[in-house]
Structures are given as structure tokens and as C-alpha cells.
Design a protein. Sequence first.
Length: 80
Amino acid sequence: MGFLWFIIIGIVAGFVAGKLMRGGGFGLLVNLVVGIIGAVLGGWVFSFLGISTSGIIGSLVTATVGAIILLWIISLFQKR
């Protein structure tokens, strides 16, 4: 059940990150995939910085921050 929550939180985080990013991200499907990958990235960044979160809200914040970072990195390589 934990893996299913991870996927759901990643999808929600990708949606939120797409809405927060200037320009709306890269479309719904890409933002959802980015959210799932961003959840992993956010967990790594938070652990690197020594920040720990707990619960669903903490996981959502971690995943959203990771998704925003990943969307920003992707936008650096996108052609204008």
C-alpha cells in the first residue's frame, strides 16, 4: 500500500508543481510523471539537507518541492 501512496502523492505533487510553475509546466501527463520522479528527487534533496518530514502533508511538500526543482531543470534544456 505504501507504493500506491507514493504514486498518488507524486501525481498530486506534479499537478501542484505544474500549476505553481510559470507557464503551467509541460502539460498534464508530463507534469504527473515529473511529480512521481520529483518525489524521489525531493526525498533525496531533503535528506541531503537534513530535513525530515512526516505524514501525508510532509510527503506532499517534499514531492512538490522535488517536482518544482525537476520542472525547473527541464525548462533549462527546453528550446525557447
